[in-house]
Write a protein that binds this ligand. Structure first.
Ligand SMILES: [Zn+2]
Ligand SMILES: [Zn+2]
Length: 115
């Protein structure tokens, strides 16, 4: 079984967090989110993780450690992932782009970091 840790950013807390994902039959499932510092994430190489395919939340997934969001959006500009709490407009936690939300859980390429 392949497992990777990807990074997401919480626009409310303005902090990153790690999300453990594992591959099951070609799809990826988010199983656990945890607080992490940018320095630790870079040291662990989590900012280099690359996964491809659907990215679902496991039933056990605990959500963002800051705002509890389970769903996420992928930024149309930088391609990174941020929490999404059903707002109609979102702000990317990474690059600050504000725009309409496009909820994405299907067929994404996640380049999960570049701190
Ligand atoms: Zn959050
Ligand atoms: Zn962005």
């Amino acid at each position: 079984m392949r497992a990777e840790v990807i990074l997401m950013k919480c626009p409310e807390a303005r902090k990153i967090y790690g999300v453990r994902t594992e591959e099951r039959n070609g799809d990826w499932f988010r199983t656990w989110a945890f607080k992490i510092s940018e320095r630790t994430a870079a040291n662990e190489g989590f900012d280099k993780a690359l996964i491809r395919g659907n990215l679902y939340a496991d039933d056990e997934y605990n959500g963002c450690p800051y705002c509890k969001a389970v769903t996420f959006v992928q930024c149309g500009r930088c391609g990174k992932l941020s929490c999404w709490n059903s707002e109609e407009r979102m702000t990317c936690g990474w690059c600050g782009l504000t725009g309409n939300t496009k909820r994405l859980e299907d067929e994404i390429d996640v380049k999960a970091g570049e701190l």
